[in-house]
Structures are given as structure tokens and as C-alpha cells.
Design a protein around this ligand. Sequence first.
Ligand code: SF4
Ligand code: SF4
Length: 192
Amino acid sequence: MSRKPYQRRVYWNESTMSWWERFYLLEILRGLSITGGVFLRNMGRWITGRKGALTTYYPEQTRSDYAAHNRGKHILTQRPDGRPQCIACNMCATVCPAQCIEIEAAFDPDDPAHPKHPSRFEIDYSRCVFCGFCVEACPEDAIRMVKEVPDLPSGDRDDMWFRRDDLLGWMPRSDVAKSYPPKPDATGGGRP
Ligand code: SF4
Ligand code: SF4
């Protein structure tokens, strides 16, 4: 039996466009005026020998001098057995202002300590604004943001969805917040 294609969720507060946004041309002109203004300002600075915009020819060039506190990429932390620490509570998806996190919960009867886990956990990087609210909202320290940036450029928006296994690939040598991967506790729960 063929599977039905996945229907993305429709949110109650789905953004709607005003009439001038739907008219399109005015917004195009507004965007061009902003871009043109920045271009002319940087060109003026460059011509007069002052420091203009720092240009990195991304994706051919990538910066290596990200600040230590840069938060450019999400990771899902793991339990000692490699499974996600996430309990699929959906709080990160609820708080996300860009509505770009999608989670499907699954039930694991073999793990009575953590029966609920995410069978699907996806972040749409074409919409994420890197605000970090998802990290703040998580009650389990299951999602974090790290200094690195994801490899984003693509001609297909679907390639910009980071899926559960992409997000689980983080293996730091040390972690200031807890031993990593976390050591099992006395009950075998794996919490720090
Ligand atoms: S960083 Fe902000 S926009 Fe991006 S997934 Fe988290 S809550 Fe959503
Ligand atoms: S990452 Fe955290 S907030 Fe998001 S569903 Fe998992 S446990 Fe809940």
C-alpha cells in the first residue's frame, strides 16, 4: 500500500499578507531600496578608504572566526545508548516563532523510564531565525545550539530541513554542562 505524502501542519496563527504585500511590486521596490542603500553606503566607504562591509564569498569561503558564543546550529543531545534525550514534549515547537520545528512522538514500551521519544524531529533552516527560544524552552536539555553553522546553500528548500539523524551527530570531546554522552544514573535513566 502506498503511503500518503506527509501534510505539513497548518497553524492557527499562520501569517497572512496584507493587500500591499500581495500586490508584490511595492514590496519588491521597498526591498530594492534597502539593498541599494546598503550597497551605496558600503561603496562610499570603500571609495573613501574607510572600513566597509566585511564580505565573505559564501559558500566558497566560510568564516573561521565565529565568536565563541555564536549559536549557529542545533544539536540533539543523546542518552548513553545513543538515543535522543528528547521526550517529544513539543515545547520547543510550540515556542518557536518561525514555526519551523516539526516533531512526531512515538511510544517505546521497552523503556518505561522514557516511553515517549521523537520518531521524527525536523528543523526547517530556511525559516529558522536562530533566536534560541527552542533551547530555552526545553525542560530536558535535549536541544542545544553550537558554534558551528550548518551547510545550508541549496537550490531546493527541502534540502534545508535538518532531520533527526543530522541533529544527533554531535559528539564533543567535553561538555561544560555535563559529562557527554551522559553517564547512566543509578536507575539507568542516563540523566546527568
Ligand atoms: S532558533 Fe528560534 S526560530 Fe530557530 S528553531 Fe529554535 S525557536 Fe525556532
Ligand atoms: S527538544 Fe526538548 S522541548 Fe523539544 S520536544 Fe524534545 S524535550 Fe521537548
